[in-house]
Structure formats: structure tokens, C-alpha cells
Design a protein around this ligand. Structure first.
Ligand SMILES: [Zn+2]
Length: 73
């Protein structure tokens, strides 16, 4: 059975669009794989960035709290 031939939007290679092909329908299997690996790496970095940002916010909140406390006393 023949599958529809698609052109990859990333590398312009033609590939068979198989129903079980992972990733995007407009990307060849080779270009779909690094994307999924890259996105997991990105989400790991996002988690680190969020953690750093929440620590920064916490520091900012406690600085504001100190400032308000000093103003009141
Ligand atoms: Zn490709």
C-alpha cells in the first residue's frame, strides 16, 4: 500500500506520510525526531527558568515586605 508523498518543510526531502509517523505531518521522520528531543530539552530549561524566576520573585517579595515593615515601624 502506498502512502501519500509529502515534502518536508524543514529539509525539503520527500517522505511517505505514514499514519503511524510520529511528529508533524509536514516534516520527515528525521526532522521530527530532533524536534521532540529539542522540545524536552527546552521544557527542562523552561523549568529551570521558572524556578529561578520564582526564587527571584520570592526575593523581591521579601524585600518589599521588609520595606513595608520598616515603613510601618
Ligand atoms: Zn526533513
Amino acid at each position: 500500500m502506498a502512502f501519500p508523498i509529502k515534502t518536508c518543510v524543514v529539509c525539503s526531502e520527500e517522505f511517505e506520510l505514514r499514519p503511524d509517523k510520529p511528529g508533524f505531518a509536514n516534516r520527515c521522520p528525521a526532522c521530527s525526531e530532533p524536534e521532540s528531543a529539542g522540545s524536552s530539552e527546552k521544557s527542562r530549561l523552561d523549568a529551570l527558568a521558572r524556578k529561578a524566576e520564582s526564587e527571584l520573585n520570592e526575593a523581591r517579595r521579601s524585600a518589599i515586605r521588609d520595606m513595608l515593615y520598616r515603613k510601618e515601624s
